[in-house]
Design a protein around this ligand. Structure first.
Ligand SMILES: Nc1nc2c(c(=O)[nH]1)N=C([C@H](O)[C@@H](O)CO)CN2
Length: 118
């Protein structure tokens, strides 16, 4: 299956389980792969036939920047659900990285894969 991807989308939000983390905004970085048949937009050359990566990015920026989850797992799950439900995507692989959260590491986080059920 073809894919549309978004790489290194950085968004600031409230995220974390510790008291000090509830008082600041921290960056989270998304790498996202979305299954999509790209043959039709390739044939029509029409943005209406695409999975518009700019539209997906704007929606995630809006949601994530207003969110205040404790765990990266919770934020990743909600973002995957938005992509599946609002953009009609059948399968999504989403990596959510929290840079600088653990001293000595470049980033920590989660990778999830979710499938549309209906
Ligand atoms: N699996 C997870 N482990 C941890 C998380 C998390 O969201 N998922 N969060 C933290 C703290 O918020 C940490 O990022 C602060 O440095 C610790 N472990």
């Amino acid at each position: 299956m073809d894919k549309v991807f978004i790489e290194a989308l950085e968004i600031e939000c409230v995220i974390g389980i510790y008291d000090w983390e509830r008082k600041i905004r921290q960056p989270v970085v998304f790498d996202i792969e979305m299954a999509f048949d790209n043959t039709r937009p390739a044939a029509t050359d029409d943005i209406k036939d695409t999975l518009d990566y700019k539209a997906v990015s704007k929606r995630l920026i809006q949601f994530v920047s207003e969110s205040d989850f404790g765990l990266v797992e919770s934020l990743a799950e909600r973002c995957a659900a938005i992509i599946l439900e609002e953009f009609g995507v059948q399968h999504v692989r989403l990596k959510l990285a929290k840079p600088g959260a653990v001293r000595g590491s470049r980033a920590v986080g989660v990778i999830i894969e979710r499938q549309r059920t209906a």
